[in-house]
Design a protein around this ligand. Structure first.
Ligand code: PLP
Length: 380
């Protein structure tokens, strides 16, 4: 953006009213298919995620933490720092959590009062069957907290139908919106348990109860403090844009991007989808296994050298050498972007001299396969 000091478009806006703030929350509630309270939190999604755990995990309680990627690992640390006993259920990053294992963990640990789960993991490229896990958690009587940051707008998210008590979203993935504000839905059961937790944050930036007392219980007529106005307006525009496109169309775009990337990866030498089964693959991002004896970071660097605009990234942490990520979410969930990504990957592999090509014909074939897979999903 060029600096226009005479008419700076981000400044001197009329104040964001309580009414407008509440209207944004209502639009998010509709997107989440929930009739529960929704609070627009004034920070990135890690704020409501930590707020949920510190509010709903009393000292001495037991929590089941389902780990399918790095965010689950973060939740485990917060739960332990609350003084909760943590039962950890880890699924391999090549797949998803299974409802049978969740049911068994709940049977073996009848005191579990909170289950934390990530819906889709952009970092590991998998998605978990919340429609199956949610009812099992509800039957057990535990609260279910769901990190839906990487799933909202990319795949179905039926908060109330699935029995999700605390559903956290952010705008920065499939919604192609801002990262600076986020939202959480809170069920009536969750409010009861949080209110009963004497350790739940109060008079704190992490406090859900403060928002209830100062904002929701007052009928959302007065904001407790100055809102993050620009981010709230951007989030509203992002949600409006999804509504104008149609949520189903946005979901189809993300599913198509996943199918297209996986189809092409199977044709490129040495590459393979990291998540084995299509049904476990997150529509928001595809992770790929690097060719044997080739560092994934080198593949990413070589591909970005061929085309710096494509949404490729090396995985973080321990998987950095073997996994690469295609972040086909938001505006990148686009047929041409995915095909360009396939061509860039092919060029990168070729420049690294990976055995088996691809030559020009192989590259064209992979890009065509991506297009065909995309069309098949969009045609339904
Ligand atoms: C992206 C994402 C978040 C938000 O984290 P940032 O790294 O700050 O963008 C939270 N949870 C999940 C599952 C995500 O994919």
């Amino acid at each position: 953006m060029t600096a226009n000091t005479e008419h700076p478009i981000l400044l001197d806006l009329p104040p964001l009213t309580a009414e407008r703030f509440a209207a944004v929350e209502d639009k998010i509630a509709a997107l989440l298919r929930t009739r529960c309270d929704v609070v627009a939190m004034q920070g990135e999604a890690l704020l409501p995620l930590e707020a949920c755990i510190r509010s709903a995990a009393p000292r001495g309680s037991t929590a089941l933490n389902i780990v399918t990627g790095p965010y689950g690992e973060t939740f485990g640390g917060w739960l332990r720092s609350c003084g909760a006993e943590v039962v950890t259920l880890t699924a391999p990053f090549t797949g998803a959590a299974g409802v049978d294992e969740v049911a068994r963990a709940l049977r073996e640990h009848p005191h579990i009062g909170l289950v934390s789960l990530v819906h889709a993991e952009a970092a590991t490229g998998n998605t978990n069957p919340v429609a199956e896990i949610g009812p099992v958690v509800r039957e057990h009587g535990a609260l279910l907290m769901l990190d839906a940051v990487a799933s909202v707008g990319a795949e179905p998210l039926l908060t109330d139908e699935w029995g999700v008590d605390l559903c956290v979203i952010g705008g920065q993935k499939a919604l192609a919106g801002p990262a600076g504000v986020s939202a959480v839905s809170v069920s009536a059961r969750a409010w009861e348990r949080i209110a009963a937790n004497g350790q739940a944050p109060r008079r704190s930036y992490l406090s859900l109860l403060d928002w209830k007392e100062r904002w929701l219980d007052g009928g959302r007529t007065a904001l407790p403090h100055a809102p993050a106005q620009l981010e709230m307006l951007a989030l509203e525009q992002a949600v409006d844009r999804i509504a104008a496109e149609g949520l189903d169309a946005s979901i189809a775009r993300h599913r198509a991007a996943s199918a297209a990337t996986r189809a092409a990866a199977r044709l490129l030498p040495g590459l393979a989808p990291y998540v084995v089964r299509d049904q476990d693959a997150a529509p928001a991002a595809t992770t790929l296994r690097a060719p044997q004896d080739v560092d994934a970071r080198e593949v990413v660097a070589a591909a970005l050298k061929a085309d710096p605009r494509v949404p490729l990234q090396a995985a973080a942490g321990a998987l950095a050498a073997q996994m690469l990520r295609v972040n086909h979410y938001g505006r990148a969930a686009d047929r041409a972007v995915v095909q360009d990504t396939v061509r860039a990957l092919a060029a990168g592999l070729e420049s690294l001299g990976v055995p088996g090509g691809p030559d020009a014909a192989g590259t064209a074939e992979a890009a065509e396969a991506a297009g065909a897979a995309w069309d098949a999903v969009v045609a339904g």
